[in-house]
Design a protein around this ligand. Sequence first.
Ligand code: 8YV
Length: 311
Amino acid sequence: MTPAATEAICARFDASFLPDHPLTPAEARQAMQDHDLILPTLRDGFTAEAFAGAAPGDLRCKLLANFGVGFNHIDIEAARTAGIAVSNTPGAVTDATADIAMTLLLMAARRASEGEHLVRSGAWDGWYPTQLLGTHVTGKTVGIIGMGRIGQAIARRCHFGFGMRVVFHNRSVVSSLDFPAEQMPDLAATLSAADFAVVAVPGGAGTRHLIGAAELAALGPGGYLINISRGDVVDEAALIAALQSGAIAGAGLDVYEQEPLVPEELRKLWNVSLLPHLGTAAEEVRTAMALRALDNLVDFAEGRPPRDLVT
Ligand code: 8YV
């Protein structure tokens, strides 16, 4: 936690800080036996194994106030069966995550990773008219996959900031947008129309491998895939094959299927920009996320339903 967040949490609760490594399911269970309230992060293993066999009241913990909006590392069904509530931090992450999507979109379009490597390696031998030519973003079409809070923040940046046309795919109809955007009939149509496809759906079983070989083929050889949601939404092997064969032009990734493992084949490719899950990595944002999680803890401790309850 940032110093400001640590101070606020410690001022309100008798807080202990769990080991500075991702909790294994066994450690997660122990933590739920020892604490009333827990503020987990995305690396902690609150899997079915952590809750195994627990009925309401068996574990001391009553609320997992997740630090972040995505909670695919928590088995929600198992938590419900164990009588443990789960909350998250919507809103606090939106702008920062949208900013990282734009960072990756621009890096991919303008070959920024290749360019930086050229300079850092000392191999740059000077400007010439056709050096590292990328693709122009202005006037291109962005396809947003998942038009929730973060998807809308990305779309707004694309429309107002970069003069892009916005199309999108969303499970339900999205009608009240304050900028022009066209909801497409399905995912394939969105990908076919897009020069840049940005994945902004929640992770978890419902969206696993939503983007595979067929979807990448629909995006096509001129298309770029940007993923700032969860790694397993994209079939990483299919993405590597598409980047290697030129089935798509490039990609920008902040998330991976087996974080922190990033396959060597991916690391070797220069038509992909790779960031280490930086979506919300800004001091103010991490503090705001922790304070939002703290609001949920306080709600619960004072007998109100936590404001961001997910189950
Ligand atoms: C957080 C995220 O840093 O909010 C999310 O879902 O992916 C990240 O930006 C992470 O969740 C921290 O636990």
